[in-house]
Write a protein that binds this ligand. Structure first.
Ligand code: GDP
Length: 476
């Protein structure tokens, strides 16, 4: 089912241009005459503070993330941390080293299982959850699917190497997501390590670390000698405290799928991260479009547990099929309800396939309370000189009402990582004398990411200007 922006505006008694602006802020570029799908329409309706009349009632309390838990039900929950950085800078080594600091590791003789995430308890009795699929691609892909599980990003930079292309991608993906960052300057044990140089180079990317009187925590570590790990754990605890992470543990559980697979012996398995409530053995749930009943819960040491609370990663047995990473698991009251919900979700999934709207409407910039419209773009060009010229030309197009925001820019072909970032934010990709590689092209088609290919800067700014005027509408 689709409705044009104009029709929706009339029903809501709002101006069409205001809806277009709101959509724009959600990362969608549409005109008043274009159609949007039901999900998007609902988002808009809520955005404007109108009441929602649903066509199908089956899913109401399932999809509404609006059913917010009352303040007094909230309790502190552990932070969820993702590690990012350039290849070989030590992401995996650091994850292993941090895992080794778990004071409960020795108890009960559990064997380390790789279930996509693990939780440690520090010597200060603080719990921290780490996603052990490091990297910014996985991070942004999850976000693109609406799963914002990461609270804190640790950016690993090897002190003997410096800022490399994937370091910069990681920085930009983290910034676009608005997730706070801690810089871990790794391999500090190496004689050629130069932490000072790293801090200076970070300045060029507007990351001012504490050692340079900024507010981004930076810690020198060695995943090899374990130097600095305690300081890093403290930095995480500090950041978590600032974030005041809380969830209601006493309700039907909701969780996000981190990883899933088909096991020959155990059947479909999924590692989920509980986002709120407590997941218990025997719970009936819907995950994606599948339903199931929790047959067993296993922690990251392979031990059977009875229940899992907020921020706890747990492997779930008893699924009807293999879900996708990023799918939401929702506990429901009975099997009848589970069937209704999964039928409704299947229907919606089918609908989505036929609409032309990007699958993701996440407003990456909702934190920005101002009325300035952000126009996000990803820029790739053949040479550094062009990248710089384009960035400054785009800057000049910004005014009080609209701001062109370059999420990421770099030299070289358009890659999957660029597409993931663009898809998550609804940004077009500007290709200046460069085109997407084969995989990136496929992904662009799938995610409906737009390519603006140009070889003359003037033509590029002309196209963007037209877009900006169109988006602002006649009133501005
Ligand atoms: P990833 O690709 O970012 O996951 O990096 P890895 O964790 O696989 O590490 C890449 C290489 O750097 C491996 O050979 C590690 O042994 C080495 N390495 C990682 N951390 C350190 C460190 O703190 N000091 C030293 N000397 N080597 C390290």
């Amino acid at each position: 089912e689709a409705i044009t922006v104009q029709e929706l505006a009339q029903r809501m008694a709002e101006k069409g241009a205001d809806l277009v602006k709101a959509l724009f802020n959600m990362g969608m570029m549409v005109t008043v005459n274009q159609t949007i799908d039901q999900d998007t329409a609902e988002l808009l309706v809520e955005e404007f503070g109108h009441n929602l009349q649903r066509v199908s009632e089956a899913d109401v309390d399932i999809v509404s993330t609006e059913d917010v838990d009352a303040e007094e039900t909230l309790e502190p929950r552990p932070p969820v941390v993702t590690i990012m950085g350039h290849v070989d800078h030590g992401k995996t080594s650091l994850l292993d080293a941090l895992r080794g600091t778990d004071v409960t590791a020795g108890e009960a003789g559990g064997i380390t299982q790789h279930i996509g995430a693990y939780q440690i308890t520090t010597k200060d009795k603080q719990k921290i959850t780490f996603l052990d699929t490091p990297g910014h691609e996985a991070f942004t892909e999850m976000r693109a699917r609406g799963a914002n599980v990461t609270d804190i990003v640790i950016l690993v930079v090897a002190a003997d190497d410096g800022l490399m292309p994937q370091t910069i991608e990681a920085i930009n993906h983290t910034k676009a997501a608005g997730v706070p960052m801690i810089v871990a300057i790794n391999k500090i044990d190496k004689p050629e390590a130069n932490a000072k140089k790293i801090r200076e180079r970070l300045l060029e990317h507007e990351i001012v670390v504490e050692a340079m009187s900024g507010d981004v925590q930076d810690v020198e570590v060695s995943a090899k000698t374990k130097q600095g790990l305690d300081t890093l754990l403290e930095a995480i605890a500090n950041q978590a405290e600032l974030l005041e992470l809380k969830a209601n543990p006493d309700r039907a559980a909701e969780a996000t799928v981190i990883e899933a697979q088909l096991d020959k012996g155990k059947g479909p398995l999924a590692t989920v991260l509980v986002t709120r409530g407590t997941l218990k053995r025997g719970d009936i749930f819907v995950v994606g479009t599948q339903s199931g009943r929790v047959r067993a819960l296993l922690d990251d040491k392979g031990r059977q547990i009875k229940e899992a609370g907020p921020s706890m990663p747990v492997e779930v047995l008893g699924l009807g099929g293999v879900p996708n990473a990023g799918d939401q698991l929702t506990v429901v009251e009975n099997e009848q309800r589970a069937r209704e919900v999964s039928a409704y979700r299947t229907e919606k999934a089918n609908d989505k396939r036929t609409t032309s709207v990007p699958a993701n409407f996440e407003n990456m910039f909702s934190a920005l309370k101002s009325s300035v419209i952000e126009y996000p773009v990803v820029v790739k060009a053949d040479v550094q000189g062009s990248v710089e010229a384009i960035n400054s030309a785009l800057n000049r197009l910004s005014n009080d009402d609209i701001k062109v925001r370059v999420l990421h820019s770099g030299v070289g072909a358009i890659t999957e990582s660029d597409v993931t970032l663009a898809a998550a934010t609804g940004a077009p990709i500007i290709g200046f004398n460069v085109r997407p590689n084969a995989k990136a092209r496929q992904q662009m088609e799938k995610d409906k990411v737009r390519l603006m290919y140009h070889d003359v800067i003037y033509h590029l700014t002309e196209e963007i200007t037209k877009e900006l005027i169109g988006e602002l509408g006649p009133e501005r």
